[in-house]
Unconditional design. Structure first.
Length: 455
């Protein structure tokens, strides 16, 4: 019996790494994790620890493709499993891609001769089959051949492994959590490949001396007695497993409202993220985070945290720009987007009111002309629609539209002035809606760009 892996809950620090892995465990749709960092930063330890947290899976007993007895894969190369086929439970698989693995080893190999007589049974499963419903761990993914990385990322994205040789093709389900690690000092991944990892985490050694001491203390305890150490941490690990299960159950019901979606879009646009993958992954990670925290709705804080995981590797940047995402910049953008939303919402309210008000504004011209001639109160418009007109003027006088465009709006009590027989300065007091709205929108945008209002 090999020694148990270092327990996930016994990791010290590395909060980003732990969270990225857990969110993917909750929602594989987040799309995998790329862990960047030097050697000796607990990358492999965390992944192996995570594999022990994943809930057990139930498989068709005889199937080397980890078929789910409750959702049979009609394409399974092991043949069509009968309903009610014997099944068994097993731990979620953790497959580590060995350095120098061949395409056949990864994707599986098709024995053409056997395939001709036995059909898809002539297919030998590869590592993608073995990783189905578990984790596929690729250490030093940046040193892997491009074709192999493409193969992994395609399978991870589609959830299907597709192999074709000389006109014979086989496919099988291959849904796994892809975790890649890389040491950036040994070379970067192509940007197209970077973009296909859902989230990235930058890991560094623990800087806090107290944390470092704790890391060493736990490592020594683990090495002295792996089983005893694992047993001591079994309860916190089990609690994490329960939390994953609960979050998975909660996830489909979690809400992400339009206002937050707009903020995600604003952040992606501001950081010049190409395409839409950044927006989508941020949304999915935020949903997973809300579920993980036991909430039914995504909050702004979830969006912020998700963006920090999903966008650093997607933002367009010059060769001299620092990697990662500037948190102050992110906060500024989120605040601006929120302020803009509130401004636009207010504009919408005003637009509705102004539309109601517009006929009155038109009539005001008649009103004003009449007032000039000192015949206020007896002109045709007021006599024709006195109630409607006065209701609209009242709304204006109450100040409902008083703030539009910084223009004074209907501050004058039309009827009071009319009763007093005074000449009201109606022409100056009335809004000019046809100018005000577009102009106001432009001013609001300009103001936001120059001076972000605080939240
Ligand atoms: Zn099967």
């Amino acid at each position: 019996m090999s020694r148990p892996p270092f327990p996930f809950s016994a990791l010290v620090g590395q909060a980003d790494l732990a969270l990225a892995l857990l969110l993917n465990a909750v929602s594989p749709a987040v799309g995998g994790v790329l862990v960047r960092g030097e050697k000796g930063t607990a990358k492999s330890t965390a992944v192996r620890g995570l594999s022990r947290l994943l809930p057990e899976i139930q498989i068709v007993d005889s199937c080397p493709f980890n078929c789910d007895p409750w959702a049979l894969d009609p394409d399974c190369p092991a043949g069509t499993h009968p309903l009610g086929a014997p099944r068994r439970r097993r731990p979620a698989p953790l497959v580590e891609l060995p350095v120098g693995a061949s395409t056949d080893r990864v994707a599986g190999s098709l024995d053409l001769e056997r395939a001709l007589t036995e059909g898809r049974r002539g297919f030998e499963p590869g590592l993608l089959a073995a990783a189905h419903r578990g984790i596929l761990y690729v250490d030093e993914v940046n040193l892997l051949g491009d074709h192999l990385v493409d193969l992994l990322l395609d399978a991870a994205a589609l959830g299907v492994n597709y192999v074709e040789r000389e006109g014979v093709s086989v496919r099988h389900a291959a849904r796994f959590l892809l975790v890649g690690t890389m040491n950036p000092e040994e070379g970067e991944l192509r940007p197209q490949l970077l973009d296909r990892f859902g989230v990235t985490v930058e890991v560094r050694g623990n800087a806090d001396p107290a944390e470092r001491v704790e890391v060493i203390r736990r490592r020594l305890a683990y090495e002295a007695d792996p089983d005893g150490f694992a047993a001591a941490w079994a309860a916190p690990d089990a609690a994490l497993t329960e939390r994953i299960v609960a979050a998975r159950r909660r996830l489909p019901g979690v809400r992400l409202d339009d206002g937050l979606l707009e903020r995600i879009a604003a952040v992606c646009a501001a950081f010049a993220v190409d395409g839409l993958r950044g927006d989508i992954v941020t949304a999915k990670a935020a949903l997973a985070l809300a579920a993980w925290e036991g909430r039914d709705a995504v909050t702004l804080a979830d969006v912020r945290r998700a963006a920090l995981l999903a966008l650093p590797h997607r933002r367009r940047r010059g060769p001299m720009d620092a990697p990662g995402l500037d948190e102050d910049e992110l906060d500024r953008i989120l605040r601006q987007a929120g302020a803009l939303q509130r401004t636009l919402a207010r504009l919408d309210e005003h637009r509705v009111r102004l539309q109601r008000f517009r006929p009155a504004a038109q009539q005001d011209r008649v009103c004003a002309a009449q007032a000039e001639r000192g015949r206020l109160g007896r002109h045709a418009a007021c006599e024709r629609q006195p109630l409607q007109l006065h209701a609209q003027l009242d709304a204006a006088a109450r100040g409902d539209v008083a703030s539009v465009g910084g223009e004074p709006v209907a501050q004058v009590d039309h009827r009071a002035d009319a009763r007093r027989g005074k000449r009201a300065p109606l022409a100056q007091a009335r809004p000019r809606p046809e100018v005000a709205l577009d102009e106001l929108g432009r001013l609001a945008l300009a103001a936001l760009e120059e001076q972000p209002p605080g939240l």
